[in-house]
Each structure stands twice: as structure tokens, then as C-alpha cells.
Design a protein around this ligand. Structure first.
Ligand code: GDP
Length: 300
């Protein structure tokens, strides 16, 4: 699998070093393992959780060989991902009710626009009618970039001039989607991490105004995070989950990082399922997150 190769080598390489010359899982091995997990961006809290669970198994079985550690780690990581619903290999399922509205949040540069373009392409390939809304109005470049993707995928986009009210763009987009009988609406939003209250106000207003056109939207709030940014991704997850109810995650740039552990830590700490991963810049480089494939890629 093209995308995840880098995560592979590195985690497995480090893990091998952590157990080198040891036949039994002891405190030293666990300490080394803890370091490896933290260095792979799993995050301290989730790392401790994993180590605790392994310690429990060591205590129960009295003896645990390092040769079994791989398998046990896999089980524990897969277990953690399951607890949040991550990686059951389900995509967004568009219901009968139209339009299905996905509001996309995340800071500039994480790959938000690219992810929207790739998603739009997937829906279009499924025969769905898609409309994009450019409600990240703070930067002209954000609107332009979304336009480029709309052209590439060949879907309509609703936009206004830079600096216009994001909620107004969202309102127009939903209205236009209803008029066109569109199946799916993907709304780009606030790309800057201004202070918490502003972020919350902006996202809350966008949601409120959309509901004036169609009840109970958005159906999904998808937070896009850059998987190569480690602690920054954790911090962004914290800010956005505090500002609005995030229902799912897309983690990008896993092709370019040795630190795919972000996926494990963030879904665990925020209890939000990872739905998609970005593994390249191309239109087809968005994969439905598959838990077992991901775990395997760590250990191969
Ligand atoms: P935005 O500012 O969050 O909308 O970010 P963009 O969508 O414009 O993406 C920023 C940069 O990251 C662009 O150069 C994209 O091609 C690149 N990018 C986005 N997703 C991925 C990915 O999954 N892998 C790689 N390697 N690059 C990506």
C-alpha cells in the first residue's frame, strides 16, 4: 500500500530496537516501548493506556515473550480504534434524504481543500450530485483553491467575495443544493485558528443558518488534521472539538510521515472515529480508513 509505507519502516524498526536482545517483556522493554509510541506521535495519554493494558496482560500471564509483543500490540491498538468506531472501513453513507451536508473544519494548510476535492470526486463517482460551498472566506486563496478543485472534479461551487459572511455562503449553498436537487453538499469553513470564542461563534452561526434551509444539518462535521504535525494536530483537535461537535476525522499526509501514530492517539483521546486518510496529493489519494490495514502497516 503506497501511502502508509513510511509509517511502516519506522515504527517497526524502532519497535525491533526496543525489544532487541530481550526474550521477555520486562520493565525495560515496556519503557522502550513507551518511548517508541510517544516518538510515533501516539500521544502520552494513549501511550500510557496501551502500556497499562500490556502490563496487565504481563501480570496475568506471568510471562510474556517479546515475540508475542507484536501481536499483542496489534490487538491493543486495534481495540482502541474500535472503541471509537475508527476504521470499520465505512465511508460516509448518503441517506435518501437530500441533501446530505458535510461541514468541513480545520486550519489552513492541513489539506482541507484537497480532502474536499477528493471527497467530491468519490461521491461523484458514486453517481451523486455534489455542490461545494466556499465558506472559508477569510483568504482569497482558500476560495480560489476550492474553485480549482470544483473545476477539476466538475461540480458546482457556491461562493462569494473574500471577507463575506461565511454563514451567508453556507445559506446560499444549501439553498442552491435544494434547488438543484443535489445529493451531497460539502461546505468548507473557517481556516484560521482565531481565538476560541470567535471560532465557536463562527461555526455555530454557520450551522444555525444552514438549518434555516434544511432541518438537522449538517449531517457530519469532518475535522481535517495533518498527520505529519504531531502535537499540533492534537492541539487543533482540542480547539475544534471545544468549538463545535466534530463527528468524524480525516487525517492527511500519512504518505509523508513516519508518525502515523496521530491516528491512534487522536481518535482515542477525543473519541471520534477516523473515517478517511489522505495518502497523496492526487484526486484518488483519499482512502477510507481501514483499521486492520492501518495496524498491519505499522508492523510489516
Ligand atoms: P488547506 O489550506 O487546508 O485547504 O490545504 P490544501 O488542501 O491546499 O493542501 C495543502 C498542501 O498539502 C497542498 O500542497 C496539497 O497538495 C497537500 N496535501 C493535501 N493532502 C495531502 C496528502 O494526503 N498527502 C500529501 N503528500 N499532500 C497532501
Amino acid at each position: 500500500d503506497k501511502g502508509l509505507e513510511k509509517s511502516k519502516e519506522n515504527f517497526f524498526g524502532k519497535l525491533s530496537k526496543a525489544v532487541a536482545g530481550k526474550s521477555k517483556v520486562d520493565d525495560e522493554v515496556l519503557d522502550n516501548l513507551e518511548e517508541v509510541l510517544v516518538a510515533s506521535d501516539v500521544g502520552v495519554k494513549t501511550t500510557i493506556k496501551i502500556i497499562d493494558r500490556i502490563e496487565e496482560r504481563v501480570a496475568k500471564d506471568k510471562y510474556l515473550g517479546t515475540s508475542e509483543l507484536d501481536q499483542i500490540l496489534r490487538e491493543e491498538i486495534a481495540g482502541l480504534l474500535s472503541e471509537t468506531g475508527s476504521g470499520e472501513a465505512t465511508e460516509f453513507v448518503v441517506p435518501e434524504k437530500k441533501p446530505y451536508v458535510i461541514m468541513v473544519v480545520g486550519v489552513n494548510g492541513v489539506g482541507k481543500t484537497t480532502t474536499i476535492g477528493k471527497l467530491a470526486h468519490q461521491f461523484k463517482q458514486q453517481g451523486k450530485k455534489v455542490v461545494l460551498g466556499a465558506a472559508d472566506t477569510f483568504r482569497a486563496a482558500a476560495i480560489d483553491q476550492l474553485q480549482i478543485w470544483a473545476d477539476r472534479v466538475d461540480v458546482p461551487i457556491v461562493k462569494q467575495s473574500m471577507g463575506s459572511d461565511p454563514a451567508s455562503v453556507a445559506f446560499d449553498t444549501i439553498q442552491s443544493a435544494v434547488k438543484q436537487d443535489a445529493d451531497v453538499v460539502i461546505i468548507d469553513t473557517a481556516g484560521r485558528l482565531h481565538n476560541k470564542v470567535n471560532l465557536m461563534n463562527e461555526l455555530t452561526k454557520v450551522k444555525r443558518v444552514m438549518k434555516k434551509v434544511v432541518d438537522n444539518v449538517p449531517d457530519e462535521v469532518l475535522l481535517v488534521l495533518d498527520g505529519s504535525t504531531g502535537q499540533n494536530a492534537f492541539e487543533q483537535a482540542k480547539q475544534f472539538t471545544a468549538a463545535t461537535e466534530v463527528t468524524s476525522l480525516a487525517v492527511t499526509k500519512l504518505d509523508g510521515t513516519a508518525k502515523g501514530g496521530v491516528v491512534i492517539g487522536i481518535s482515542d483521546q477525543f473519541q471520534i472515529p477516523v473515517k478517511y486518510i489522505g495518502v497523496g496529493e492526487g484526486i484518488n489519494d483519499l482512502q477510507i480508513f481501514n483499521k486492520m490495514e492501518f495496524v498491519d502497516s505499522f508492523f510489516k
